[in-house]
Design a protein around this ligand. Structure first.
Ligand code: C2E
Ligand code: CA
Ligand code: CA
Ligand code: CA
Length: 281
């Protein structure tokens, strides 16, 4: 009870002020970083759990800070979303990912059918010209729509139904695949699965982590896979870290997987090494 006395409005105000200042500094630093091209993409390989073939990469952004080193996306994506900086940042990410995939296709014959998966932010979808932007990028890089996949988190599905539906339909026309990201963590409405043109659901890592130790997790994963398959939707599991998790998912008929067991997100050169190994095998 004595603890209640610790609360002091002035102190609280000072802390809030400090956080606000830190946030403002981060905002400024982010827009400077964009100008100075301090963002880079890492690429995490995605494999077929059935054939073990490489099927593509997920592009994951990092901030290469001149002093602080590599800063992970969870430190800056939400601020970028709040400030709107996510719009130019996402545009750069999409263009860079498409450009890289195209370059790999020119370098490696067997890269022709690989897909590059790019995470899409909510703000990005709300832009009225998001479809034109994607078209511009595909034209500029020469990448085919069938080599691109967009990962959209569940929470976004709740908002803005009609325009969102239109966006998805337009993507589908271009051969761009659509994946629901972090499936199972949001307000899952199973009705999205058959009403919207998704090709894949990506089961969130939290379920995969406990798949071996918690009966509930394996039941949920199994239910998601069964349901998806009944709707002709593929399943990808993220965050596969152990052989046991991999075997269970394989047994449940999960088509695709990514995770530290196979590979971490890699810089361009290391990702190229994976492509090279594929050619030589
Ligand atoms: P996400 O889309 O769920 O991405 C998967 C995250 O899990 C990545 O973290 C990846 O490095 C990590 N991961 C992959 N395999 C494993 C594993 O086996 N074990 C563990 N413990 N982790 C694994 P990362 O790169 O830090 O990205 C975090 C989140 O930031 C992403 O979650 C995504 O929501 C967001 N993000 C990343 N890149 C972008 C981007 O280009 N645009 C947008 N809008 N968001 C991005
Ligand atoms: Ca993702
Ligand atoms: Ca995910
Ligand atoms: Ca996740």
């Amino acid at each position: 009870k004595a603890c209640y006395r610790i609360f002091e409005p002035a102190l609280h105000q000072r802390t809030t002020r400090k956080l606000e200042v830190e946030k403002m500094e981060l905002e400024v630093a982010l827009s400077e970083a964009l100008k100075h091209k301090e963002f880079i993409l890492y690429y995490q390989p995605i494999f077929s759990l059935i054939t073990s073939n490489l099927v593509g990469f997920e592009a994951l952004v990092r901030w290469k800070h001149p002093e602080k080193g590599l800063i992970p996306p969870n430190k800056f994506i939400s601020i970028a979303e709040e400030t709107g900086l996510i719009i130019p940042l996402s545009e750069w990410i999409l263009a860079e990912a498409c450009h890289q995939m195209k370059a790999w296709q020119e370098q490696f014959e067997n890269a022709a059918s690989l897909r590059i998966s790019v995470n899409v932010s909510g703000r990005q979808l709300k832009e009225s010209n998001s479809i034109e932007k994607i078209d511009e990028i595909l034209t500029a890089t020469g990448l085919k729509g069938s080599n691109l996949k967009l990962e959209i988190t569940e929470s976004l599905l709740m908002e803005n139904r009609e325009s969102f539906r239109y966006f998805l339909k337009q993507m589908k026309h271009r051969g761009i695949e659509l994946s629901i990201d972090d499936f199972g963590t949001g307000y899952s409405s199973l009705s999205y699965l058959h009403r919207l043109p998704f090709n894949t659901v990506k089961i969130d890592r939290s379920f995969i982590t406990n798949i071996y130790s918690e009966e509930n997790s394996i039941n949920i994963v199994q239910a998601i896979i069964t349901l998806a398959h009944q709707l002709s939707i593929n399943v990808i599991a993220e965050g596969i870290e152990t052989e046991q998790q991999f075997r269970i998912l394989q047994g449940l008929g999960c088509e695709f997987g990514q995770g530290y067991l196979f590979a971490k997100p890699l810089d361009v050169e290391a990702a190229q090494g994976v492509l090279m190994a594929m050619v030589n095998s």
